[in-house]
Design a protein around this ligand. Structure first.
Ligand SMILES: Nc1ncnc2c1ncn2[C@@H]1O[C@H](COP(=O)(O)OP(=O)(O)OP(=O)(O)O)[C@@H](O)[C@H]1O
Length: 330
């Protein structure tokens, strides 16, 4: 569906993307995940045709669209701040992409209306077509934006932090809804997020980006369980780091075994409930390293000042040069 080869992009002296290669299969739901400034939006805009790469090629459905303008790429997109037209009704907003279409693909007015109604049903906003955007909630507005993007029957749907401005509960509902919609419509979708939970929950594959490069591509479980670089280990999920000879050892807060003769001892200086577990934080005896541990909340809460002895049971060793790893279980 999408083949990106050697995509580079500079803004003045600043290299925003360094040779990105990426293949996306039809029907996939892909997350571009990375910190602010890692190049996610730039890459998405290049795929959409809103921005052009300095070098490299973009193939969509086997066709080289490297220099094709956005209007001819047949791509739908939704951006966090891609505002609806405030002076247009919801139905007119949704039908907008159809009404600007020229030539033989243009639908008569009645058909455009019917299509808008159908899309509003799809995004579960049936009957709200005559309202104005100002009369909708934030989550409803995002669904209108999505309906508008889908109106042109795009082959590809691109979403840039589509739910970024919404509160956590609405975000979660919309995520699930979007995943169902993606599947039901047989879409190929790429979304940008800096929220690892969102990426892990929604995507078939996660593309982890850092400083204009792809660090790792994989299924959510693979990226979480087998991070290939210290960056991925740290950015996706929570990670404790311990200095070790020739590098560092990484383990997740829950990847521990409690043991009275454990090799590590945490002096607890903060405890709180984190969903189904107790989170205990503090410094390790000896190294003074800050560590976070998750303990079953079926047991008593750890006490401040208590020492917890443990062994990491599924640790990963990263060597000092940073990008080589060895899985290690102890
Ligand atoms: N039009 C532009 N002119 C100059 N620099 C730009 C422009 N667009 C992006 N950049 C720079 O390119 C880098 C990548 O930006 P991009 O928006 O792709 O990052 P991002 O990963 O999407 O970040 P965020 O999560 O903050 O949106 C940033 O350092 C940004 O400042």
């Amino acid at each position: 569906m999408i083949h990106l080869r050697g995509i580079t992009k500079r803004f003045g002296d600043y290299a925003a993307l360094h040779g990105i290669d990426l293949d996306v299969a039809p029907g996939e739901f892909i997350a571009l995940l990375g910190p602010s400034g890692s190049g996610k939006t730039t890459l998405l805009r290049i795929i959409a045709g809103l921005e052009f790469q300095d070098s490299g090629t973009v193939l969509l459905g086997g066709e080289d669209v490297s220099s094709t303008p956005v209007a001819d790429r047949h791509v739908g997109f939704v951006f966090q701040h891609y505002a609806l037209f405030r002076h247009m009704t919801v139905a007119d907003n949704v039908a907008f992409g159809l009404s600007v279409r020229r030539g033989k693909g243009r639908l008569p007015k009645a058909a455009r209306r019917a299509r808008a109604e159908e899309l509003l049903r799809l995004v579960q906003l049936e009957g709200l077509g005559s309202r104005y955007p100002g009369q909708l909630s934030g989550g409803q507005r995002q669904r209108v934006a999505l309906a508008r993007a889908l109106a042109i029957e795009p082959r590809l749907l691109l979403l840039d932090e589509p739910f970024g401005a919404l509160d956590a509960k609405v975000r979660k509902d919309l995520r699930r809804w979007l995943r169902d919609l993606h599947k039901a419509m047989g879409l190929t979708s790429i979304f940008v997020t800096h929220d690892q939970e969102e990426a892990l929950e929604l995507a078939d594959r996660v593309v982890v980006m850092n400083q204009g490069r792809i660090e790792q591509i994989g299924a959510p479980d693979a990226v979480y369980m087998n991070p290939e670089t210290p960056f991925v280990s740290h950015f996706v999920g929570e990670t404790n780091r311990l200095p070790a000879a020739g590098g560092e050892i990484h383990f997740r807060p829950h990847e521990i075994t409690l043991s009275a003769d454990g090799a590590e001892a945490l002096l607890v200086d903060n405890v709180f409930r984190k969903g189904a577990v107790w989170r205990a934080e503090g410094l390790l005896e000896g190294s003074g390293q800050f560590v976070e541990l998750d303990l079953p909340s079926s047991g008593d809460a750890p006490q401040l000042g208590q020492t917890i002895r443990f062994n990491p049971h599924r640790a990963r060793m990263f060597t000092a040069d940073g990008d080589q790893t060895q899985g290690e279980t102890r």
